[in-house]
Design a protein around this ligand. Structure first.
Ligand SMILES: O=C1C[C@@](O)(C(=O)O)C[C@@H](O)[C@@H]1O
Length: 171
């Protein structure tokens, strides 16, 4: 892995804390369909996320979980710890209402993020059904299809939005 000079993608030097949540089956990165998810394994991806965060001046609290109750409790427990969230609800995007409520309660912006382009994914899997993520309606953003780089894109954007909210430019 290279140490990328990511600092120039962010003007503020303030350290922010970002909660990253990866839902069901995201523990299996590296063993999933390589056309959608690439080949990066879970441990390498965790290291990559931390390296990106470090380069951008962020600390991560990371949860990879196959259990919806655990995800809810993680959000509740970290509501006052984080400045924002990156959330990949994975298969739970279809019935994500409890997660959406929990995120909304925190009042912190959340960036929905997927490895795959889920629009193509659903169109291929179930061409007769239009399935949209239940999180998107109240998410700050939706980034998908760039594999692991969706998270880098979300992280850069989210940090800049948080910076602008917390340090508004003086008139
Ligand atoms: O499990 C996943 C992973 C996913 O959220 C992604 O990151 O690409 C896309 C979802 O459609 C799928 O159910």
């Amino acid at each position: 892995m290279r140490n990328l000079p990511l600092g120039s993608f962010r003007a503020s030097r303030a350290i922010r804390t970002i909660g990253v949540i990866d839902g069901p089956n995201m523990s299996q990165l590296g063993k999933r369909n390589a056309k959608k998810y690439g080949t990066i394994g879970r441990d390498d991806f965790n290291a990559q996320l931390r390296e990106w965060a470090d380069g951008l001046g962020a600390e991560l609290v990371l949860l990879v979980s196959n259990h919806d109750g655990e995800i809810l409790e993680f959000i509740h427990a970290n509501a006052d710890v984080v400045d924002g969230w990156i959330v990949n609800p994975a298969g739970w995007q279809i019935y994500a209402e409890p997660v959406r409520h929990a995120l909304e309660m925190t009042g912190k912006p959340n960036a929905e993020t997927h490895f795959a382009n889920t629009v193509t994914h659903f169109a291929h899997a179930q061409p007769h059904v239009r399935v949209e993520s239940g999180l998107t309606g109240t998410a700050l953003s939706l980034t998908m299809g760039l594999r692991q780089y969706s998270y880098l894109t979300s992280l850069i954007g989210l940090l800049n939005v948080i910076d602008a909210q917390q340090e508004p430019a003086s008139a």
